[in-house]
Design a protein around this ligand. Structure first.
Ligand SMILES: C[S@@+](CC[C@H](N)C(=O)[O-])C[C@H]1O[C@@H](n2cnc3c(N)ncnc32)[C@H](O)[C@@H]1O
Length: 258
């Protein structure tokens, strides 16, 4: 780059793309996300982003891991804000790459606001959310004629300390809980207390949309008793649609019944 162009690039802020990486299978990335990754200069990526997706990043681009572990969320989030601003203010094309869809329990909207407040351009590239795709890939449709007319997606994070209005979820046909593994017994107990049937089926789809996908099926009563073992990450699905999976699996050749 000649010095004159370098100068104007330095004066002009770059742009931040907030991009969804989908639930795990690299082929579930959107075409737009793949293009943006192939053109960008810096990528800030999360823990649940598949390594094969990072291989699509433009050679020479800077890859920065910003995954969060328990207890360090706020500190890392502050670093993420700082890194996004630093690189964008240097005139770079920055990708903030997040698992699933960036605006579903992903703090993508907060990052969008912080960047826009500094006058930097932002573009959202939505992703396939684990909330819908992971149950679906495991054979659990969130709606099904005569079984489920609708669904709600809720967080299980901080449930033990969070004053959730569990009664509001008592009559919704299908419930999908993200980040619910740790507090699964408390969530099940709260839903039973709010009026859901203890015999209602529950499925946990672990590591969905990856070769390690595993499905644990139980009842709300079993989960409430603390006897059901589940590995993170998992999507928890509560409702009669869990039984649809049995029908769909019965229609598959044996080799494909995961
Ligand atoms: C912080 S939330 C982010 C959700 C993400 N933005 C989305 O739209 O999928 C992380 C939670 O999503 C769920 N999750 C994400 N990817 C998953 C996968 N491949 N298999 C199972 N659960 C997944 C788990 O409940 C996990 O705890």
């Amino acid at each position: 780059m000649c010095p004159q162009n370098r100068m104007s690039a330095l004066n002009k802020p770059g742009k931040v793309f907030i991009v969804g990486a989908g639930p795990g299978d690299p082929e579930l990335l959107t075409l737009k996300a793949a293009r943006v990754l192939s053109e960008c200069e810096v990528v800030l990526y999360d823990r649940l982003v598949a390594p094969a997706i990072l291989e699509l990043v433009r050679p020479g681009a800077e890859l920065i891991y910003v995954g969060k572990h328990e207890g360090e969320q706020q500190r890392v989030q502050t670093q993420i804000f700082d890194l996004l601003l630093k690189h964008a203010l240097e005139g770079k094309m920055v990708v903030r790459l997040k698992g699933g869809d960036p605006l579903v329990f992903g703090r993508g909207a907060e990052e969008w606001a912080v960047v826009r407040e500094r006058g930097i351009e932002v573009e959202l590239v939505p992703g396939v959310s684990s909330a819908i795709a992971v149950p679906g890939i495991a054979g659990i449709p969130l709606t099904f004629r005569d079984v489920s007319q609708g669904f709600a997606v809720l967080t299980g994070h901080c449930s033990a300390g969070l004053a959730m209005n569990w009664g509001a979820y008592a009559d919704i046909d299908t419930l999908v809980v993200l980040m619910g593994v740790k507090h699964r017994a408390f969530i099940a107990q709260s839903l039973i207390a709010a009026g859901r049937e203890p015999d209602e089926p529950v499925a946990f789809v672990e590591r969905g949309a990856t070769p390690e996908q595993n499905v644990v099926v139980a009842t709300l009563r079993d989960v409430a008793s603390g006897q059901v073992t589940v590995q993170n990450p998992a999507v928890m699905v509560i409702g009669q649609v869990v039984k649809v999976r049995e029908k769909l699996l019965a229609l598959l050749p044996e080799a494909l019944r995961a």
